[in-house]
Design a protein around this ligand. Structure first.
Ligand code: XMP
Length: 524
């Protein structure tokens, strides 16, 4: 479902030239309660007009406007009559396409500088005449196109900000979207509210209302099935669909035996008992464990779990159909916006990277369902806001990510019931101590890993020869890169001591101090 078109409100289109900050621009705009949509750099002007954009932003990017394969925008864009703001590569491109001059510079300008801003420019309304801005560019604008004037200078550039007010074309050589430009948000707000005339109508309340209407319209009398994992995305998708179509939604929750302690109970309680959703609970632990017997290779584990999940899910959907004569026409998924942005394949664009091994839990196309993806417009923080507004408990809405293949990728080597028990017990202690110390919600992930090594220890008067638990606590923005968290020693000490004393079969705890890259967050 492309609800992108369905949002009735002010909209800004961001053309993506491959900057690592494109998504940051989109999020900043949404924080200003204006809907933003990222489109490929070569989107036709007519299409942008048809999408009803009130303004267009040209993102930065790694290319040089003179480069052989430099991405260009449709020149008709500057004749649409819609305000355009070019940022970094975006302003260079705008100037280049309109007859100005950009020169290659060997010296990269990187970091903070002071902008002397012209208060007469609408972008700088309400701002002081000098403030800090953050730069990251090599090429430099040296001659303005006809009709443009400079409205901001730095020591390094006479054209750090430019405008053509009649045509409402603006450009900034620096990055207003990053936190290092402290007044950047106000510049963006000036562009949105004063130049483009946008209203602040992108709120999660309006999203919920509009999306519910859209889901009702799309589903009609038909039934929808959703694979509920208990993670943030599928949980919020379930709550939203339930609000929209009530009993026309059935959730299938598969217990694959690789879940954390009490996870299955929590999901049943929250969704079955509190929300009164139609929830089919499938106990498939034995089946998964049987298939995983003797398997040590991480990729094979993931493949087996993925394939088994599809079979179990299909069988459950078939049984529901037979029993209740419910034919599911739609499959709902909690896909988010970062997964659907059509990334441009310009080198250096991290959003173009594909997490190939993260597709476990996905359902194959042959299942012949039509898709409903009610969250595909949203960033993660927006999904959390929607979840809270729909009344999901804090524990679910703000929980850390948990991989589809579950504890299996945190048990190095073979997955056995005994090893699952050890890891589950250790994981529960890690979780409770992280929560008690108030670190849980401050980090990206915190979990235990069971290593396939045993070492010697001493407990009381006895020599032990037991397992080792590795503790992994990382901070990250999106899971693509991560750093280990400098947890206070007393928190580390408490976790280690409790795991060794309370979990039978463990006599050693190590802390993982590797960052990603080159390590990954999960150990398998
Ligand atoms: P890695 O280990 O690649 O993990 O650094 C990055 C993030 O992705 C999560 N992850 C998964 N999530 N299915 C998921 O839904 C998976 O198969 C999967 N594998 C890893 C991981 O927990 C981390 O947040």
């Amino acid at each position: 479902m492309t609800q992108t078109e369905a949002f009735h409100g002010s909209k800004i289109v961001i053309l993506d030239f491959g900057s690592q900050y494109t998504q940051v621009i989109a999020r900043r705009i949404r924080e200003c309660q204006v809907y933003s949509q990222i489109l490929p750099f070569d989107t036709k002007a007519a299409e942008i007009a048809k999408a009803g954009a009130r303004g267009v932003i040209l993102s930065g990017g790694p290319a040089s406007v003179y480069g052989k394969r430099a991405p260009h925008s449709d020149p008709a864009l500057f004749e649409l009559g819609v305000p355009v703001l070019g940022i970094c590569y975006g302003v260079q491109l705008m100037a280049h396409q309109l007859g100005g001059k950009v020169e290659h510079s060997e010296r990269r300008e990187y970091g903070a500088s002071e902008l002397r801003a012209d208060a007469g420019c609408d972008l700088f309304r309400g701002l002081p005449d000098k403030f800090d801005v953050w730069n990251s560019h090599a090429d430099k604008l040296t001659k303005l196109p006809n009709g443009f004037r400079s409205v901001g200078k730095t020591d390094n550039s006479d054209f750090a900000a430019i405008e053509q007010p009649e045509k409402r074309l603006y450009g900034l050589q620096f990055h207003p979207e990053v936190a290092h430009t402290p007044r950047g948000k106000e510049i963006l707000q000036n562009f949105l509210y004063h130049i483009c005339g946008c209203k602040t109508d992108w709120t999660m309340g309006s999203f919920i209302d509009q999306t519910c209407e859209e889901i009702r319209r799309q589903a009609g009398e038909d039934h929808v099935v959703l694979g509920l994992s208990g993670g943030v995305d599928s949980s919020v998708a379930a709550a939203l669909l339930h609000k929209a179509i009530g009993d026309q939604l059935t959730c299938i929750f598969v217990n694959n035996g690789l879940l954390r302690a009490r996870e299955a109970d929590t999901v049943r309680k929250v969704f079955g008992e509190n929300f009164h959703m139609k929830l089919k609970y499938v106990e498939a632990s034995a089946r998964f464990l049987k298939r995983l017997k003797g398997v040590r290779d991480p990729e094979r584990k993931r493949k087996i779990i993925g394939a088994e999940f599809v079979k179990v899910f299909e069988k459950a959907a078939r049984e529901l159909r037979k029993k209740g004569k419910t034919r599911f026409r739609y499959l709902a998924q909690g896909t988010l916006y970062p997964d659907v942005i059509e990334s441009v394949s310009i080198s250096g664009n991290p959003s173009a990277l594909i997490k190939s091994h993260h597709n476990v839990g996905g359902l194959p196309k042959r299942m012949k369902f039509k898709l409903i993806e009610p969250l595909r417009q949203l960033f993660k923080d927006e999904v959390r806001q929607v979840g809270s507004q729909l009344g999901l408990p804090h524990e679910i809405v703000f929980r850390q990510p948990f991989p589809g293949p579950g504890l299996a990728v945190r048990i190095l080597g073979e997955v056995t019931p005994g090893r699952l028990r050890i890891l589950r017990d250790a994981d529960e202690i890690v979780l409770s101590e992280m929560k008690a110390s108030e670190w849980y919600y401050r980090v990206w992930q915190s979990f235990a890993v069971l290593l396939p090594v045993r070492s010697v220890g001493v407990m009381g008067d006895e020599r032990t020869y037991e397992n080792t638990i590795a503790l992994r606590v990382v901070e990250s923005q999106d899971g693509m890169t991560a750093d280990w968290v400098r947890l206070p020693y007393d928190v580390l000490a408490r976790i280690a001591s409790r795991v060794i004393n309370e979990v039978k079969g463990v006599n050693r705890v190590c802390y993982d101090v590797s960052s990603k890259p080159p390590s990954t967050i999960e150990w398998e």
